[in-house]
Write a protein that binds this ligand. Sequence first.
Ligand SMILES: O=C(O)c1ccccc1NCC(=O)[C@H](O)[C@H](O)COP(=O)(O)O
Length: 392
Amino acid sequence: MEAMASLKSPFQSLPPFSSTLRTSFPPTRVYISTRNPFLTFSVRAQMEPTEGSAAIVSSSEPVEEVLKVKEWEVGMFHNEVAASQGIRIRRRPPTGPPLHYVGPFEFRLQNEGNTPRNILEEIVWNKDVEVAKLKERKPLISLKKALADAPPARDFIGALRAANERTGLPGLIAEVKKASPSRGILREDFDPVEIAQSYEKGGAACLSVLTDEKYFKGSFENLELIRKAGVKCPLLCKEFIIDAWQLYYARSKGADAVLLIASVLPDLDIKYMVKICKLLGLTALVEVHDEREFDRVLGIEGIELIGINNRNLETFELDISITKKLLEGERRKIVHEKNITIVGESGLFTPDDIAYVQEAGVKAVLVGESIVKQSDPGKGISNLFGKDISHS
Ligand SMILES: O=C(O)c1ccccc1NCC(=O)[C@H](O)[C@H](O)COP(=O)(O)O
């Protein structure tokens, strides 16, 4: 408890457990979200009041905010909250399919409730297990030193804007990706540092490094290796973030930005994760795929970078007109007024594709397959943009 309290600064500005909540609900009725460390922390504070916790619970959050937290904690479970926001991706049930025995045979009865419905849900359910194990090995407090030792975070959005101004083209986030569920292995001779250096030489503004091992054959080691090799481009940790602990972990490994996927995370999670990102110096790239997700995200304060993914992560369907459709009318106006940088993501292969999404209003693009597959990924960038965008 005291150890956690010493990590106070990231938590202190987060909404507290109100004193009403503390007195009116016995701990047993509180929904403890292990994905939200501040909630877990608040609950612990309620059970073991100490000086540290007292510092955290005093706050002047508006009543609506406190009520939202209350609703979140006591009224609805994650999947219900998510479904009410149009989120189809469910969180993993605590137990897998139940075991049944018939004579010497053992089998599991699978049904809709205990089996992932699509690849994104499967990835998220696996991530849940993976993160729970990692958190046990490296609790938040043990990341404190690594966080202090991490190289300073670099300005991700600044790098994209500077590239856009320098070239007149969308700033490029070039993806270091060995494989993906939709495309299988993209590159057999995969050397992450060589690819990253080639991208940087070819004019990439930032890099996106896949860290998921099971589905993308990536790793946090790749992220660290690239950073330690002296690559200057800011790095996006391309992960499936479902737990705020992952933000601390990503930063401790040298990430400058992280991905938050709106089809996976309810509004309140996005809101608090964005706050934690700011405290850690991380840029949050919040990804959307349809109008509803876009509207939800546009309504959350403090978001500066939004990615429009042309790929439906549940079906793998690709359609670059999604970017155009989402940036029409009122939404484009809001984006402009709020000075949000939009990133066009996925399925971009040619200079015409780049011109199409630029015309739609993006100031940056995130590209993987079309450049990572080239024998010289840096040259792949020139082919993608139809011209040399390197600094030389
Ligand atoms: O690409 C997949 O198969 C995939 C499956 C499930 C979740 C995410 C997935 N991809 C992430 C991405 O959207 C891309 O890596 C990224 O936008 C680059 O796309 P591309 O240029 O088409 O490689």
